[in-house]
Design a protein around this ligand. Structure first.
Ligand code: 5GP
Length: 179
């Protein structure tokens, strides 16, 4: 098992490139089945989802479009949050079957806001494809992903697009903090 060190923390390989490839194939197969007669708009959430998206989209067989957003979430003064588009969405989502592509869904805050935006802009449907999902951390029930590569417990993971302080996104496997 491979291990790496980043900023004094040891990480060990958890999902190998072969396991990731198998997870991505399974997600792509489900999307291909569900969208066979549709033309979805994939919205990839930067930065983390770029590697998952590039592997996933090359296995999508239906006619589709892909675009990218970069968001940061803010809590307002009240209990409602707002999502700020750092790289805004250029495409019109009205009437489109949107598939949001994420690296990991943790509390679900990001997806909660993105879904609200899609609804407000009258997307025909919105689903979420994520490489990883932490079910025990989910705080927003509407953020439950529709397509999941792999579930993960409450540990911090890096690699395959996921960063540690901006670094390690380029790792070809997914690593967990070594116990
Ligand atoms: P959420 O909005 O669902 O709480 O968080 C989603 C974002 O949190 C992800 O897109 C990712 O940037 C970050 N995140 C959550 N858990 C992890 C993790 O285990 N590792 C890394 N690198 N980022 C995480």
């Amino acid at each position: 098992m491979r291990t790496i060190d980043e900023q004094g923390h040891a990480f060990e390989e958890w999902l190998t490139p072969a396991q990731i490839a198998s997870d991505v194939r399974q997600v792509a197969a489900c999307i291909n089945k569900d969208y066979a007669d549709k033309t979805p708009l994939f919205i990839v959430v930067l930065n983390g989802a770029f590697i998952f998206a590039s592997d996933l989209l090359r296995q999508i067989q239906c006619r589709s479009e892909v675009t990218f957003i970069r968001v940061s979430s803010y809590w307002g003064m009240a209990s409602t949050g707002e999502v700020k588009f750092i790289v805004p969405l250029q495409e019109e989502v009205r009437g489109r079957d949107v598939i949001i592509v994420e690296d990991i869904v943790d509390t679900g805050l990001t997806i909660h806001h993105l879904k609200a935006y899609m609804r407000a802009n009258e997307a025909a449907s919105v689903r979420v494809a994520t490489m990883l999902f932490k079910p025990d951390k989910l705080e927003y029930s509407d953020a439950q992903p529709d397509y999941i590569g792999h579930e993960v417990t409450n540990e911090f993971v890096i690699g395959y697009g996921l960063d540690y302080d901006g670094f390690m996104r380029n790792l070809d496997a997914i690593y967990k903090v070594k116990k």
